[in-house]
Design a protein around this ligand. Structure first.
Ligand code: FAD
Length: 232
Protein backbone atom coordinates (compact mmCIF):
# COMPACT_ATOMS: atom_id res chain seq x y z
CA UNK A 1 0.00 0.00 0.00
CA UNK A 2 1.48 3.35 -1.06
CA UNK A 3 0.75 6.72 0.52
CA UNK A 4 2.40 10.05 -0.16
CA UNK A 5 2.81 12.91 -2.59
CA UNK A 6 5.48 14.36 -4.87
CA UNK A 7 5.51 17.53 -6.92
CA UNK A 8 7.25 18.31 -10.20
CA UNK A 9 7.00 14.86 -11.80
CA UNK A 10 7.84 15.43 -15.46
CA UNK A 11 5.69 13.65 -18.04
CA UNK A 12 3.57 11.84 -15.44
CA UNK A 13 0.38 12.68 -17.34
CA UNK A 14 1.47 10.72 -20.43
CA UNK A 15 3.39 7.85 -18.80
CA UNK A 16 1.70 4.44 -18.58
CA UNK A 17 3.75 3.61 -15.50
CA UNK A 18 5.07 5.95 -12.81
CA UNK A 19 8.19 5.03 -10.83
CA UNK A 20 7.51 5.62 -7.15
CA UNK A 21 10.23 5.55 -4.51
CA UNK A 22 8.79 4.98 -1.06
CA UNK A 23 10.02 4.20 2.42
CA UNK A 24 8.96 0.78 3.69
CA UNK A 25 7.51 1.51 7.14
CA UNK A 26 8.32 -2.02 8.34
CA UNK A 27 12.03 -1.97 7.46
CA UNK A 28 12.67 1.78 6.98
CA UNK A 29 14.31 0.94 3.62
CA UNK A 30 13.58 2.76 0.35
CA UNK A 31 11.81 0.63 -2.26
CA UNK A 32 10.77 1.42 -5.83
CA UNK A 33 7.54 0.46 -7.57
CA UNK A 34 6.10 0.85 -11.04
CA UNK A 35 2.56 2.09 -10.52
CA UNK A 36 -0.02 2.36 -13.28
CA UNK A 37 -1.03 5.96 -13.91
CA UNK A 38 -4.67 4.89 -13.69
CA UNK A 39 -4.31 2.96 -10.40
CA UNK A 40 -7.16 3.66 -7.93
CA UNK A 41 -6.00 6.22 -5.34
CA UNK A 42 -3.40 7.82 -7.63
CA UNK A 43 -4.24 11.43 -8.47
CA UNK A 44 -2.44 13.76 -10.90
CA UNK A 45 -2.68 17.54 -10.95
CA UNK A 46 -1.05 19.70 -13.58
CA UNK A 47 1.39 22.28 -12.24
CA UNK A 48 0.74 25.57 -13.97
CA UNK A 49 2.76 28.75 -14.48
CA UNK A 50 6.20 27.20 -14.85
CA UNK A 51 8.66 29.60 -16.54
CA UNK A 52 11.45 27.07 -17.28
CA UNK A 53 11.56 23.99 -19.52
CA UNK A 54 8.12 24.91 -20.78
CA UNK A 55 7.58 22.01 -23.23
CA UNK A 56 7.72 19.50 -20.35
CA UNK A 57 4.53 19.24 -18.32
CA UNK A 58 5.08 18.63 -14.60
CA UNK A 59 2.53 17.09 -12.29
CA UNK A 60 1.76 16.85 -8.61
CA UNK A 61 1.31 13.13 -7.90
CA UNK A 62 -0.70 12.10 -4.84
CA UNK A 63 -1.06 8.50 -3.70
CA UNK A 64 -3.71 7.54 -1.18
CA UNK A 65 -3.95 3.87 -0.23
CA UNK A 66 -2.69 2.77 -3.63
CA UNK A 67 -2.41 -1.02 -3.69
CA UNK A 68 0.47 -2.41 -5.72
CA UNK A 69 1.20 -6.10 -6.32
CA UNK A 70 4.57 -7.39 -5.19
CA UNK A 71 5.67 -7.99 -8.79
CA UNK A 72 5.41 -4.19 -9.35
CA UNK A 73 8.41 -3.74 -7.09
CA UNK A 74 11.81 -3.13 -8.72
CA UNK A 75 13.92 -5.85 -7.16
CA UNK A 76 17.23 -4.04 -7.50
CA UNK A 77 16.24 -1.05 -5.36
CA UNK A 78 16.72 -2.14 -1.77
CA UNK A 79 17.74 0.96 0.11
CA UNK A 80 19.26 4.40 -0.16
CA UNK A 81 22.51 3.14 -1.74
CA UNK A 82 20.55 1.97 -4.80
CA UNK A 83 18.73 5.31 -5.05
CA UNK A 84 22.07 7.12 -4.79
CA UNK A 85 23.36 4.99 -7.69
CA UNK A 86 20.49 6.25 -9.85
CA UNK A 87 20.95 9.87 -8.75
CA UNK A 88 24.65 9.61 -9.53
CA UNK A 89 23.88 8.69 -13.14
CA UNK A 90 21.09 11.25 -13.48
CA UNK A 91 23.29 14.06 -12.15
CA UNK A 92 25.88 13.18 -14.73
CA UNK A 93 23.18 13.54 -17.43
CA UNK A 94 22.11 16.91 -16.03
CA UNK A 95 25.72 18.14 -16.01
CA UNK A 96 25.76 17.42 -19.75
CA UNK A 97 22.47 19.30 -20.15
CA UNK A 98 23.96 22.30 -18.29
CA UNK A 99 26.92 22.16 -20.65
CA UNK A 100 24.80 21.87 -23.80
CA UNK A 101 22.67 24.75 -22.61
CA UNK A 102 25.78 26.93 -22.47
CA UNK A 103 26.76 25.94 -26.01
CA UNK A 104 23.28 26.94 -27.19
CA UNK A 105 23.39 30.24 -25.32
CA UNK A 106 26.79 31.09 -26.80
CA UNK A 107 25.71 30.16 -30.31
CA UNK A 108 22.55 32.28 -30.03
CA UNK A 109 24.49 35.25 -28.65
CA UNK A 110 27.15 35.14 -31.39
CA UNK A 111 24.48 34.96 -34.09
CA UNK A 112 22.67 37.96 -32.63
CA UNK A 113 25.63 40.28 -32.04
CA UNK A 114 26.87 39.68 -35.58
CA UNK A 115 23.76 41.20 -37.14
CA UNK A 116 22.49 43.73 -34.56
CA UNK A 117 24.03 47.16 -35.20
CA UNK A 118 24.41 50.08 -32.79
CA UNK A 119 26.42 53.27 -33.33
CA UNK A 120 26.80 52.14 -36.94
CA UNK A 121 28.64 48.92 -36.11
CA UNK A 122 27.68 45.34 -35.27
CA UNK A 123 27.54 44.69 -31.53
CA UNK A 124 30.12 41.96 -32.16
CA UNK A 125 32.77 44.63 -32.79
CA UNK A 126 32.54 46.18 -29.29
CA UNK A 127 35.19 45.20 -26.75
CA UNK A 128 32.75 44.71 -23.86
CA UNK A 129 30.60 42.45 -25.99
CA UNK A 130 33.60 40.33 -26.85
CA UNK A 131 34.55 40.13 -23.15
CA UNK A 132 31.15 38.61 -22.37
CA UNK A 133 31.47 36.13 -25.23
CA UNK A 134 34.91 35.14 -23.97
CA UNK A 135 33.55 34.50 -20.47
CA UNK A 136 30.75 32.40 -21.92
CA UNK A 137 33.25 30.34 -23.89
CA UNK A 138 35.44 29.96 -20.79
CA UNK A 139 32.49 28.64 -18.78
CA UNK A 140 31.46 26.30 -21.59
CA UNK A 141 34.96 24.95 -22.13
CA UNK A 142 35.56 24.32 -18.43
CA UNK A 143 32.15 22.62 -18.12
CA UNK A 144 32.89 20.45 -21.11
CA UNK A 145 36.21 19.38 -19.59
CA UNK A 146 34.43 18.44 -16.37
CA UNK A 147 31.66 16.38 -17.99
CA UNK A 148 33.99 14.58 -20.40
CA UNK A 149 36.22 13.62 -17.49
CA UNK A 150 33.19 12.47 -15.50
CA UNK A 151 31.87 10.36 -18.39
CA UNK A 152 35.26 8.70 -18.87
CA UNK A 153 35.23 7.74 -15.19
CA UNK A 154 31.59 6.70 -15.41
CA UNK A 155 32.32 4.42 -18.40
CA UNK A 156 35.14 2.86 -16.42
CA UNK A 157 32.77 2.31 -13.48
CA UNK A 158 35.02 4.50 -11.35
CA UNK A 159 32.93 7.44 -10.15
CA UNK A 160 31.33 8.36 -6.88
CA UNK A 161 28.40 10.45 -5.67
CA UNK A 162 30.65 13.45 -5.12
CA UNK A 163 32.01 13.27 -8.70
CA UNK A 164 28.63 13.66 -10.35
CA UNK A 165 27.41 16.05 -7.64
CA UNK A 166 30.43 18.29 -8.34
CA UNK A 167 29.86 18.17 -12.10
CA UNK A 168 26.15 18.93 -11.71
CA UNK A 169 26.78 21.72 -9.20
CA UNK A 170 29.58 23.40 -11.08
CA UNK A 171 28.16 23.19 -14.61
CA UNK A 172 24.72 24.39 -13.47
CA UNK A 173 26.26 27.30 -11.57
CA UNK A 174 28.19 28.37 -14.63
CA UNK A 175 25.26 27.69 -16.96
CA UNK A 176 23.35 30.27 -14.96
CA UNK A 177 26.08 32.87 -15.56
CA UNK A 178 26.56 31.89 -19.20
CA UNK A 179 22.84 32.13 -19.91
CA UNK A 180 22.61 35.48 -18.11
CA UNK A 181 25.51 36.87 -20.17
CA UNK A 182 23.81 35.64 -23.34
CA UNK A 183 20.57 37.25 -22.24
CA UNK A 184 22.39 40.51 -21.55
CA UNK A 185 23.95 40.54 -25.00
CA UNK A 186 20.53 40.63 -26.64
CA UNK A 187 19.45 43.65 -24.63
CA UNK A 188 15.65 43.89 -24.45
CA UNK A 189 15.26 41.17 -27.05
CA UNK A 190 16.88 38.79 -24.60
CA UNK A 191 13.64 38.90 -22.62
CA UNK A 192 11.40 37.82 -25.48
CA UNK A 193 10.45 34.17 -25.80
CA UNK A 194 10.92 34.37 -29.55
CA UNK A 195 14.69 34.56 -29.02
CA UNK A 196 16.55 31.50 -27.80
CA UNK A 197 18.55 33.53 -25.25
CA UNK A 198 15.45 34.01 -23.07
CA UNK A 199 14.70 30.28 -23.17
CA UNK A 200 18.25 29.36 -22.14
CA UNK A 201 18.10 31.97 -19.37
CA UNK A 202 14.86 30.55 -17.94
CA UNK A 203 15.90 26.91 -18.40
CA UNK A 204 19.20 27.49 -16.58
CA UNK A 205 17.18 28.27 -13.44
CA UNK A 206 15.48 24.85 -13.55
CA UNK A 207 18.76 23.07 -14.21
CA UNK A 208 20.27 24.91 -11.23
CA UNK A 209 17.55 23.58 -8.91
CA UNK A 210 16.47 20.15 -10.13
CA UNK A 211 18.24 16.81 -9.81
CA UNK A 212 19.89 18.00 -6.61
CA UNK A 213 19.85 21.70 -5.85
CA UNK A 214 23.05 23.72 -5.87
CA UNK A 215 23.13 23.59 -2.09
CA UNK A 216 22.58 19.85 -1.71
CA UNK A 217 25.06 18.89 -4.44
CA UNK A 218 27.60 21.24 -2.80
CA UNK A 219 27.02 19.52 0.52
CA UNK A 220 27.62 16.10 -1.05
CA UNK A 221 30.98 17.41 -2.25
CA UNK A 222 31.61 19.04 1.14
CA UNK A 223 30.89 15.76 2.90
CA UNK A 224 33.42 13.96 0.72
CA UNK A 225 36.04 16.65 1.37
CA UNK A 226 35.60 16.87 5.13
CA UNK A 227 34.05 13.61 6.28
CA UNK A 228 31.21 15.61 7.90
CA UNK A 229 27.65 15.55 6.55
CA UNK A 230 26.06 18.99 6.86
CA UNK A 231 22.59 17.85 5.82
CA UNK A 232 21.81 14.50 7.41
C1 FAD B 1 11.57 21.99 -13.75
C2 FAD B 1 11.66 20.93 -12.69
C3 FAD B 1 11.51 19.60 -13.04
C4 FAD B 1 11.53 18.61 -12.06
N1 FAD B 1 11.31 17.31 -12.42
C5 FAD B 1 11.25 16.36 -11.47
C6 FAD B 1 10.93 15.01 -11.81
O1 FAD B 1 10.68 14.68 -12.98
N2 FAD B 1 10.87 14.10 -10.81
C7 FAD B 1 11.11 14.42 -9.51
O2 FAD B 1 11.06 13.56 -8.64
N3 FAD B 1 11.40 15.70 -9.15
C8 FAD B 1 11.47 16.67 -10.10
N4 FAD B 1 11.76 17.97 -9.73
C9 FAD B 1 11.89 18.29 -8.32
C10 FAD B 1 13.28 18.74 -7.92
O3 FAD B 1 14.14 17.65 -7.83
C11 FAD B 1 13.15 19.55 -6.62
O4 FAD B 1 12.51 20.77 -6.93
C12 FAD B 1 14.49 19.79 -5.99
O5 FAD B 1 15.03 18.59 -5.51
C13 FAD B 1 14.40 20.77 -4.84
O6 FAD B 1 13.42 20.38 -3.94
P1 FAD B 1 12.34 21.46 -3.50
O7 FAD B 1 11.82 22.14 -4.72
O8 FAD B 1 11.37 20.76 -2.61
O9 FAD B 1 13.14 22.56 -2.71
P2 FAD B 1 13.42 22.59 -1.13
O10 FAD B 1 13.92 21.26 -0.68
O11 FAD B 1 12.25 23.19 -0.44
O12 FAD B 1 14.64 23.59 -1.07
C14 FAD B 1 14.49 25.01 -1.14
C15 FAD B 1 15.87 25.63 -0.97
O13 FAD B 1 16.41 25.26 0.31
C16 FAD B 1 17.68 24.63 0.11
N5 FAD B 1 17.88 23.59 1.11
C17 FAD B 1 17.06 22.54 1.44
N6 FAD B 1 17.62 21.80 2.39
C18 FAD B 1 18.83 22.35 2.68
C19 FAD B 1 19.88 22.02 3.58
N7 FAD B 1 19.82 20.97 4.39
N8 FAD B 1 20.96 22.83 3.59
C20 FAD B 1 21.05 23.90 2.79
N9 FAD B 1 20.09 24.26 1.90
C21 FAD B 1 18.99 23.49 1.86
C22 FAD B 1 17.62 24.03 -1.29
O14 FAD B 1 18.90 23.78 -1.80
C23 FAD B 1 16.87 25.12 -2.03
O15 FAD B 1 17.74 26.16 -2.38
C24 FAD B 1 11.75 18.96 -10.71
C25 FAD B 1 11.93 20.31 -10.38
C26 FAD B 1 11.89 21.29 -11.34
C27 FAD B 1 12.07 22.73 -10.94
Amino acid sequence: MLDGAKRWIGGADTADLIAVFARDTATDLIRAFLVERTAPGLRLETMRGKVSLRPMQNMQVTLENVRVPDDARLGRVNGWADVARLLRAMRSDVAWIATGLQAGALEAAIAYVQHREQFGRPLASFALVQEKLARMLGNLTASLGLVVQLSIRQDAGDYRDENSALAKMWTALHARETAALGRELLGGNGLLLEHDAARFFADAEAVYSYEGTHEITSLIVGRALTGHSAFL
